[in-house]
Write a protein that binds this ligand. Structure first.
Ligand code: GLN
Length: 498
């Protein structure tokens, strides 16, 4: 059973088919795993009763030979900023501690309808602002690959969807959902050694995802293998009348060739992503993967996306402006936290409520956003940022006229320890984590993080493929070739959590 927990959805389906085990038994084993890995703090809330019920229903279906889909009976986890009817959805904030949505996000509804089993809601940086998952009201998630898990001495998971990454890496579920506004799926996927997809903007419905910055927000997927990522993608992607920004036409389902052929494939290595801050081992891995692709018949060449170096500045303005508006709804009136002893005026109630319930990261972004949007600053910052965003998008368009996709690292380094992370202020350390991921959100294109190897300190190193709009199929195909050759040691965590 333990080996099965770190295997893939495809293997699980085979096991189900042979009736070697059933969903009820499997879900029990997954909850044992959650208990054994409790110190990693992957979940804000586990949903044992719901999971048990869903597992029984799947069991019953299996006995009558009725399978809903390839996700029937498959344990999954969902980030706690995605609405789940009747189940608290906190955004890891005191503000939404008792918030119980009355409806399901489209992604969760689709997973549920496909027969997937909800194990729980995963930990995250408050309101998805961060790259560490240490900025959670519920305490930090911890990297399963770290040596120690003490509160003042652990390795960060990356963020903001750190809980989802840990849940998948440690085998308490087979897939997890996260959100990626600037890297929040790819970053923790990379640090925790799992596959992480940020889809093309609008390909997966955002309905029911609590917004951070709508024009950048995407719902993303964590799995242990590329094939699994395709399976989940095929179930949750596609048009949705409830999300006006959802794309109307998407080629689904994606089916990958069993033996993808890379002859004629053109891969670009963006010059601007070479950096003195890039850890040697990560740089070496990037070069090694480029060589692997070359050996498989791809043409690898340097490309340039000159304006990408301004992504961080552009992102900061666009992101904070959206946040200052989106966070305005948390005022203590209709739902969420409400300060006590604030009866003198409505202003006092707003101020006390928001002072008490938001963390410093959220507060600082609200202030920055309001500053950028002041009458005298709007043109100088916001309009300028949207222009810059267009220039970055133009760079990408131009590159994709000549290459099919770009190969980049996902992170500058392996997961830092919390001590190292906290040496700098949150904003600049977060910015360092995001250098390679932000631009895909600004431009809207898909990007996929793939685990490659463990560093000499036994921490995962991953690379990223970025393609033009709606190129998920191509990204998955190339990633599958890489995955087959590098054989990331997925099962190595098992010895720790058996
Ligand atoms: N690290 C980025 C930020 O803090 C991205 C977060 C995200 O993708 N949700 O804004």
């Amino acid at each position: 059973m333990n080996k099965l927990l770190l295997s893939s959805i495809s293997v699980l389906n085979q096991v189900y088919k042979e009736k070697a085990t059933g969903p009820v038994e499997l879900v029990k084993a997954c909850f044992d795993r959650i208990e054994k890995t409790e110190c990693l703090n992957a979940y804000i809330k586990t949903t044992k009763d719901i999971a048990k019920k869903q597992a029984c229903e799947a069991n019953n279906r299996f006995t009558t030979g009725e399978r809903l889909s390839a996700l029937d009976g498959v344990p999954i986890a969902v980030k706690d900023n995605i609405c789940t009817e009747g189940i608290t959805t906190t955004c890891a904030s005191k503000m939404l501690l008792n918030f119980v949505p009355t409806y399901n996000a489209t992604v969760y509804k689709r997973l549920k309808d496909a027969g997937a089993i909800l194990m729980g809601k995963t930990n995250m940086d408050e309101f998805a602002m961060g790259s560490s998952t240490i900025q959670s009201f519920f305490g930090p998630s911890k990297n399963p690959y770290g040596e120690t898990f003490d509160d003042d001495n652990f390795y960060i998971t990356g963020g903001s969807s750190g809980g989802s990454a840990v849940a998948v890496a440690t085998g308490s579920c087979f897939a997890a959902i996260g959100s990626d506004t600037g890297g929040s799926v790819r970053n923790p996927a990379s640090h925790c050694g799992v596959v992480g997809l940020k889809p093309t903007y609008g390909v997966i419905s955002r309905y029911g995802l609590i917004p951070l910055a709508e024009s950048l927000d995407t719902v993303g997927i964590f799995t242990r293998t590329i094939n699994d990522c395709v399976i989940v993608f095929n179930h949750i992607a596609g048009p949705d009348d409830l999300d006006s920004t959802a794309r109307k036409r998407i080629d689904l389902p994606i089916r990958l060739p069993t033996k993808p052929n890379l002859n004629g494939l053109k891969i670009g290595i963006p010059r601007e992503f070479q950096s003195t801050h890039l850890m040697n081992e990560v740089k070496q891995t990037w070069d090694d993967v480029a060589k692997i692709l070359k050996d498989q018949g791809a043409e690898v060449s340097e490309v340039s996306i000159p304006n990408v170096i301004l992504s961080q500045m552009c992102y900061n303005v666009v992101n904070c402006c959206a946040i200052s508006s989106n966070m305005a709804r948390y005022d203590g009136i209709r739902y969420g936290h409400r300060a006590e002893n604030a009866e003198n005026s409505i202003e006092e109630l707003y101020a006390k409520t928001r002072t008490e319930a938001f963390n410093d990261v959220v507060k600082s972004r609200i202030i920055a956003g309001n500053y950028f949007l002041l009458n005298e600053n709007y043109e100088k910052y916001y309009v300028q940022a949207t222009r810059l965003r267009r220039l970055i998008a133009n760079d990408f368009d131009q590159v994709f006229e000549n290459v099919h996709m770009m190969l980049t690292p996902t992170n500058l380094s392996t997961a830092p320890s919390v001590k190292e992370f906290l040496l700098h202020d949150d904003r600049s350390r977060t910015a360092m984590e995001d250098v390679y991921t932000l631009s895909a959100n600004l431009v809207g294109v898909p990007a996929l993080s793939i685990p490659i190897k463990l560093s000499k300190d036994k921490l995962p190193i991953s690379i990223q493929l970025i393609g033009p709009n709606c190129s998920e199929r191509a990204l998955f195909s190339v990633a599958k070739v890489i995955e087959g050759i590098v054989k990331f040691p997925l099962q190595c965590l098992d010895n720790r959590y058996l």
